[in-house]
Design a protein around this ligand. Structure first.
Ligand SMILES: Cc1cc2nc3c(=O)[nH]c(=O)nc-3n(C[C@H](O)[C@H](O)[C@H](O)COP(=O)(O)OP(=O)(O)OC[C@H]3O[C@@H](n4cnc5c(N)ncnc54)[C@H](O)[C@@H]3O)c2cc1C
Ligand code: FES
Ligand code: FES
Length: 501
């Protein structure tokens, strides 16, 4: 974090750390990892990449949400410490007894799942987070829980074996959360007082900014007015894009407004044949939602390939749209699903089609004083439809796409009635292949049609070269993605004939 002189606003936070109540005055810019390592001298939680990639800093956050207590893993390097206010922070130091290892640690030891040990606290917390939510995980669940943790020396086989050993050892109804930590649940019910600030001399040299945690939209509009008097402000939702910029590029704002507690941004519901997804809904909430699973399996496929469990536990779909990355997997998928966004401000709400939301690189319809209140998805029509999602990246997990694409095809027999095709990573923002969509409408699927459509899609975009891929490579991927999508569609509608390519 950059140093600054003058005054400093210290946020007064109260939270539970490994079962004990804590009260602290902290600079709001500090992350949970910095709080643990630098202020509390707790070195169990490790610092490595500082951008959510390695999982060494994984901790568990216990909080009340939707009337229940949830325990979720997060990357403490991306979790602002002011957000701990009213929550339970569980670290590797808090889970074992004085002379006794926690069952997760014993399983890792018994299966030789650790060598230098630097990554181990992160793996321990990820495994604990998994088993607290799913005592009988399958192989895919274990892999998903661990995909956000990197180990450079042990090898993942023995870590997987440790997870399986733990599964065998856990007796029905056994609680992996020590009782002293479980007791905090009763206290999490109590309403938290709002964050207060102390203004002090900036002797520690921290960046001086203030955070607001509105609980409603009306409070949010008031906070914006206050912030405008003191300088720039920025909304923070999951913080998985914003905190990377803060940690790596040292981009800070005079004021941060935390959206995560604004009640009007919560919830997933069907209204008037549309699925309404609140601006605060996290990728994990979407991934486990029955309505999303039933109506939008494409969304589930996309989310499963986005980031890691730790990131998905805090990252929002609205943040993915607002961040306006050209390679946003969520936004690209939503374009194919013909999403709309409801933008709210103190002047009221307005609805914008996502296909009209992006203007240029990082320029969108969203005004600084507007929030994405809801993402709206029309429920698929009674027509038969086929959905496809493809992501080309260097790794299968925790990697930003080089090229990503999503397709929604409505059809009757072999005839395409409508095809919606979107790409990320090939233009300054996620975009549809409009000419190809028009070309395919009303046509009967065949090998020749697929060739023509793939060629046309390739001609619609002029990708650029960057760290995630050269322009020629991306151009070939446009073609290959579309061939793959349409061939799978062809196979789905004509299974008896196989591919007609
Ligand atoms: C390790 C790692 C892996 C990742 N992998 C992927 C991946 O595979 N695919 C992918 O697409 N992305 C990936 N991301 C990027 C990121 O996780 C997503 O873009 C995520 O959806 C952002 O949501 P957030 O809530 O964390 O946004 P934040 O970081 O909180 O905010 C991002 C931007 O959106 C604005 N904003 C947030 N919510 C709103 C709102 N409701 N209204 C108005 N403005 C708002 C903020 O002001 C900010 O400008 C990854 C990030 C990391 C760190
Ligand atoms: S330090 Fe690597 S994910 Fe946090
Ligand atoms: S044990 Fe050394 S990095 Fe994993």
């Amino acid at each position: 974090m950059e140093k600054s002189s003058g005054h400093l606003n210290l946020a007064q936070i109260a939270f539970w750390l490994n079962g004990k109540k804590m009260q602290f005055d902290i600079p709001p810019g500090i992350t949970t990892l910095e709080l643990l390592n630098d202020k509390l001298s707790m070195s169990g939680t490790k610092s490595s990449c500082n951008e959510g990639d390695c999982g060494a800093c994984t901790v568990i956050i216990g909080q009340r949400k939707n009337g229940a207590t949830s325990y979720q893993t997060v990357n403490s390097c991306l979790y602002p410490a002011f957000r701990l206010h009213g929550k339970h922070l569980i670290t590797v130091e808090g889970i074992s007894g004085k002379d006794e290892l926690h069952p997760v640690q014993t399983a890792l030891l018994d299966e030789h799942g650790t060598q230098c040990g630097f990554c181990t606290p992160g793996f321990v917390m990820s495994l604990l987070g998994l088993f607290l939510n799913n005592p009988k995980p399958g192989k895919a669940d274990i892999l998903a829980a661990l995909e956000g943790n990197l180990c450079r020396c042990t090898g993942y086989d023995s870590i997987m074996k440790a997870a399986n050993l733990l599964k065998k050892r856990i007796k029905d109804n056994a609680d992996l959360l020590p009782s002293a930590l479980r007791k905090v649940e009763k206290l999490l019910n109590k309403t938290n007082p709002p964050l207060l600030y102390k203004r002090v001399e900036n002797t520690e040299g921290w960046e001086t900014y203030k955070c607001y945690c509105p609980k409603s939209l009306s409070e949010l509009w008031q906070n914006i007015v206050t912030c405008k008097k003191t300088g720039s402000y920025k909304f923070i939702a999951g913080g998985t894009d914003l905190m990377v910029l803060a940690n790596i590029q040292h981009i800070h704002y005079a004021n941060l407004i935390d959206l995560s507690q604004v009640s009007e941004l919560d919830g997933i519901a069907i209204q008037n044949s549309e699925l309404h997804i609140g601006g605060n809904v996290t990728l994990t909430e979407l991934q486990h939602n029955k309505l999303v699973k039933k109506h939008f399996p494409l969304m589930i496929t996309a989310i499963e390939q986005m980031a890691s469990t730790q990131i998905r536990n805090t990252a929002t779909l609205a943040g993915n749209i607002a961040n306006a990355s050209p390679v946003a997997d969520g936004a690209t998928t939503l374009l194919a699903l013909q999403a709309k966004v409801v933008l709210a401000s103190s002047r009221g709400d307005r609805t914008v089609e996502l296909s009209k939301y992006y203007h240029a690189y990082k320029q969108t319809e969203l005004k600084p004083e507007e929030v994405i209140r809801t993402v709206v998805l029309p429920l698929p029509s009674a027509d038969k439809h086929w959905q496809g999602f493809l992501k080309s990246a260097k790794r299968k997990a925790v990697d930003i796409s080089g090229v990503v694409s999503a397709v929604l095809i409505s059809y009757k027999g072999n005839k395409i009635t409508q095809a919606v095709i979107s790409f990320g990573g090939v233009a300054p923002y996620p975009a549809r292949a409009l000419k190809t969509m028009t070309f395919l409408a009303g046509k009967t699927i065949s090998g020749k049609l697929i060739e023509q459509a793939a060629h046309l899609a390739q001609s619609e975009f002029t990708p650029i070269s960057d760290v995630r891929g050269q322009k020629d490579y991306r151009s070939v991927l446009i073609r290959n993605h579309l061939i793959r999508h349409l061939t799978c569609f062809l196979d789905a509608v004509k299974p008896q004939q196989g591919s007609m390519l």
